[in-house]
Write a protein that binds this ligand. Sequence first.
Ligand SMILES: [Zn+2]
Length: 117
Amino acid sequence: MACIFVYWDYHLHYSFKEMGIISKVVRSCLLKFKSQNRTIMKTMTCKQLGGACDKKFHAETFEEMAEKSKNHGMEMAKKGDKKHLKAMAKMKDMSQEDMQEWFGKKKKEFEALPADE
Ligand SMILES: [Zn+2]
């Protein structure tokens, strides 16, 4: 809601000189509004997610991303792709704790990513 006030302040009170500075704030606010109305997709590669190739996944949430990468990994493993089988075996060797840590780290990585154009 604060953004709305910034927006109106911009129109009612600020001089042209000040606008240069303020408009940056307004612009970021408007972008925020825009992004609320559309889905934000992010991209990660199979390799980034502990896999073995450069296949790109697009997802709104990290959980969705992890699911897509898992499905892809399983599909590739079914086809007998050695690189993916190796990557999956490595994941399976992880302890529950390591897995959680890895998951948390990757989730942060996902959140820090810029949204797709
Ligand atoms: Zn892959």
